[in-house]
Design a protein around this ligand. Structure first.
Ligand SMILES: Cc1ncc(COP(=O)(O)O)c(C=O)c1O
Length: 311
């Protein structure tokens, strides 16, 4: 089967067209958790049944091949992979991807959607790799999705692109043809300029993000009840708040869940973050550091104050 690339509007649209073109009612879509919120809903939209596979904190939120193997059934149509990950920031190394590919080689009826949106947001010694690169024999079953939203901060331009087997891409184009007029020429030209232009800005920006990540990690380490692993990529921290459960905030809110924690934090300190349950893993919350140093520092200070007063 030949391969081709495609510009199907933003990354989210690529995932939608792919699922719409391939899913039958009740087909299973394996979504490792914690996950980006849209995968499950996209599967449901087209009759699919999301099946979550836990990526434990103790394993750095990385997918364990044996857990993936156990989740695959004759009804599995897709496995969704996302590294660097939103919300955990976990990065699958070459060996992780190799082990996942070995599992996938055993299940030829399953397609693989790899969401590589955070490819260029890597820190320390983390290195990017993607499924079709690690195991070329899987290429005719892999849809590799990427876009301008994160790497080039072009979220509003709504440009995504993907590569995959010809038959799948043709199916996606057919669905899209009946759904939308497609991506504007201006956005496409802007994306080409971003991809073909100088890339040194990516490293400068990654260094700024790394500094912000490290600042937050050292501040949050002083917050009673919180602990956070150092993520290797993306621009999120996925913070464990188990130590706050059962406590009462200064404003009198009892913390029974991560959602209670976020609601009280918003009400009492005007800090907005997202509770872990939204990403399929509790008790956590996700902080985004795609904001200014000053604002992020202020937010972290308030989280520390909030936790110190929660007893
Ligand atoms: C993992 C992941 N994939 C895809 C997207 C969306 O990409 P796009 O703007 O190209 O639709 C996001 C946005 O938050 C994301 O976090």
């Amino acid at each position: 089967m030949g391969e081709t690339t495609y510009t199907p509007q933003e990354g989210t649209a690529a995932m939608k067209w792919a699922m719409q073109a391939t899913l039958d009612e009740g087909d299973e879509v394996i979504v490792p958790s914690p996950y980006w919120v849209s995968y499950g809903d996209i599967a449901r939209l087209f009759g699919g049944r999301p099946v979550t596979v836990l990526c434990p904190e103790a394993n750095g939120f990385r997918l364990r091949p044996e857990a993936l193997e156990t989740a695959i059934t004759p009804r599995t149509r897709w496995v969704v992979l996302n590294s660097p990950n939103n919300p955990s920031g976990a990065v699958a190394g070459w060996d992780d991807m190799r082990a996942i590919a070995d599992v996938m080689l055993q299940h030829p009826h399953v397609l693989i959607l790899t969401d590589d949106m955070y490819e260029h947001l890597l820190y320390d010694d983390a290195r990017f790799c993607t499924t079709a690169q690690v195991e070329p024999r899987l290429r005719d079953r892999v849809l590799t999705v990427n876009g301008g939203s994160k790497s080039y901060s072009m979220t509003g331009w709504r440009v995504g692109f993907c590569g995959g087997p010809m038959a799948l891409i043709k199916g996606m184009a057919k669905v899209q043809g009946q759904s939308t007029g497609g991506i504007s020429g201006i956005s496409q030209a802007a994306a080409v300029a971003a991809l073909e232009g100088p890339q040194d800005g990516l490293q400068v920006r990654a260094a700024i993000y790394r500094g912000r990540r490290d600042m937050a990690l050292s501040m949050l380490a002083t917050a009673p009840g919180l602990r956070c692993r150092k993520p290797g990529g993306a621009f999120y921290l996925f913070v464990n708040m188990e130590g706050c459960l059962g406590k009462v905030t200064a404003g009198g809110a009892r913390i029974a869940t991560d959602q209670d924690f976020m609601t009280a934090l918003l009400r009492e300190q005007a800090v907005a973050a997202v509770h872990g349950a939204a990403y399929g893993m509790s008790p956590f919350f996700r902080l985004s550091y795609a904001t200014s140093d000053a604002l992020f520092r202020k937010g972290c200070e308030r989280i520390v104050r909030f936790c110190a007063r929660t007893q």
